[in-house]
Ligand binder design. Structure first.
Ligand code: SAM
Length: 262
């Protein structure tokens, strides 16, 4: 794995710039989900963004919920450093490895994570552990990929390589399909799916920015040679999709799960 906390996509400059594109593609749907939670629970005192990256989701969470204070957590020191620039008093960022318990913050009203359980081993156990950090009446809300579909071979190949690379280290690209809705003592408030789409050139740009991190990850695996060759073979076809502005669509089906504490 490329980042020392086992993050297959890496946290170098290209990986961090990729998160800006991820944000542009996924945030309209995320904002709808968070607005739904805001209507149901009102503005929280404390919201926490699990796997905040460069802080885009943290700012979105803060704005969409109207939280008094929002804290972003991520294991990448570089991402946290970038996220911490230009922070106001009500936004805070901390370096924390989410595979380790406990979280560095308790009595949280909204615990939120987007596209993070896919990078952690045993997502169900993570949900259970995080549930301990909710305040009474608090909600744990996640958005995770349940299915992917691409109608262009270069994009479909990329998704296949990512799924195999994650699986090789016990992670699951489609973790959202296998999240439990029973996380006692929490109650299910929302359990639904939403589709996010990107046109082929946008998806190819995003996917290409992953390639250095994926290559480093494949290089650290025992028997990673075949996966490394598959990662390297993605660059030219993805580049052609961007340069020729080829037609096609990637569709991510996201599981939206919100679990509330009585
Ligand atoms: C795909 S990005 C998603 C970032 C952000 N949530 C978003 O949706 O734009 C996954 C994030 O999880 C972080 N991450 C991966 N493994 C982690 C771990 N063990 N502990 C904390 N953060 C982790 C990565 O550093 C990265 O910022």
């Amino acid at each position: 794995m490329s980042a020392d906390y086992g993050y297959a996509f890496g946290d170098d400059e290209a990986a961090r710039r990729r998160l800006e594109l991820v944000d542009a593609v996924f945030s309209p749907t995320s904002r709808t989900f968070l607005a739904q939670l805001g209507e149901r629970y009102g503005a929280p005192q404390l919201a926490v963004d699990l796997g905040c990256g460069i802080g885009r989701t943290t700012r979105m969470l803060h704005e969409a919920t109207g939280a008094e204070r929002t804290v972003g957590l991520d294991a990448s020191g570089d991402a946290i450093h970038e996220a911490s620039r230009h922070t106001t008093g009500s936004l805070e960022f901390l370096t924390h490895d989410l595979s380790e318990d406990p979280l560095p913050i308790a009595h949280v009203d909204v615990l939120y994570g987007r596209l993070v359980l896919t990078h952690l081993a045993e997502p169900a156990a993570r949900l259970q552990a995080w549930s301990e950090h909710l305040a009474a009446g608090g909600v744990l809300a996640v958005e995770e990929i349940a299915a992917t579909d691409a109608d262009h071979p270069a994009l479909a190949d990329h998704l296949g390589v990512v799924a195999d690379l994650l699986a090789a280290s016990g992670r699951d690209l489609h973790a959202g399909a296998r999240l439990p809705s029973e996380v006692p003592p929490l109650r299910v408030a929302v359990d639904t799916t939403a589709e996010v789409r990107a046109d082929a050139p946008t998806a190819a740009r995003m996917f290409r920015m992953n390639l250095p991190g994926l290559a480093r990850s494949a290089g650290t695996l025992d028997d990673g040679g075949a996966l490394l060759a598959r990662v390297q073979a993605l660059d030219a076809p993805l580049g052609a999709v961007v340069e020729r502005d080829e037609a096609g669509t990637v569709t991510w089906t996201l599981r939206h799960l919100a679990l509330e504490r009585a």
